[in-house]
Write a protein that binds this ligand. Structure first.
Ligand code: ADE
Length: 229
């Protein structure tokens, strides 16, 4: 899979060099390219934003550098999926990750300020070089930009690529995995020592009875909706 990320904060993506995603790149399972949107501006101040038409607070990201940046990536590849993280997008769930993991090429457009001029999404919906434009929300809250959302999406998507997780970290039994776990999350887990600060590991887990353990684990799963306080 090839992933291109466009942002005015390329340093935000340093963590992608770490851990399983870093290793996945070393193994050539994933190629990640980071692009600085300001490299696609044409003025001395490298301006990427402007006041909103119709008035109102905040600034809007100009379509011109976005178009130039996205075109420069599209010139080199086949059809890509363009992902625009935004609180007004469709909710990101495991099913979205399962679908995106089968794509060859993802482009992440990380907006800041009030967001990206809406014509960027409109334009690329009609581009033959783009398979789909997906506006995706991480949840019903507002982040400072698309960077954190992109990293979350990239982590959820790339861990599903065969070979990215080691055997011991297989995604098959994970919460939300297709099949029995689709709408469920895993229950509590324990390791040694058997007693810690007067708290005991549930006895059944020490019993060695695999059938009973499997039944108990199933009984501890929850339905997937996150609990709110
Ligand atoms: N950008 C700002 N807030 C966001 C959210 N909740 N999800 C995705 N992108 C965002």
């Amino acid at each position: 899979m090839r992933i291109d990320i466009i942002s005015i904060f390329p340093d935000f993506f340093e963590p992608l060099k770490l851990s399983l995603i870093g290793k996945a790149q070393e193994k050539n399972l994933v190629e990640i390219n980071i692009h600085d949107l300001r490299d696609f501006t044409h003025d001395k101040h490298k301006t990427v934003d402007d006041a909103p038409y119709g008035g109102g607070p905040g600034m809007v990201m100009s379509p011109t550098p976005w178009g130039d940046a996205i075109d420069s990536i599209l010139n080199t590849t086949e059809q890509a999926t363009l992902i625009i993280p935004t609180p007004s997008g469709e909710a990101f769930i495991q099913k979205t990750a399962n679908q995106l993991t089968t794509e060859e090429h993802l482009i992440f457009a990380c907006g800041r300020y009030e967001g990206i001029d809406a014509r960027v999404a409109q334009h690329y919906i009609n581009s033959e070089k783009i398979k789909e434009v997906k506006e995706i929300s991480l949840g019903n809250y507002v982040l400072n930009g698309g960077e954190v959302a992109s990293i979350a999406i990239i982590e959820a998507v790339t861990r599903l690529i065969p070979g990215v997780l080691g055997n011991e970290e297989s995604a098959i039994d994970d919460s939300f995995a297709p099949g029995e776990m689709e709408d469920r999350t895993e229950g509590p887990i324990f390791t040694r020592p058997p007693v810690w600060r007067d708290l005991e590991v549930p006895e059944i887990l020490l019993s060695g009875d695999h059938k009973k353990i499997a039944d108990w684990r199933k009984s501890q799963q929850s339905s997937a909706t996150p609990k709110s306080s």
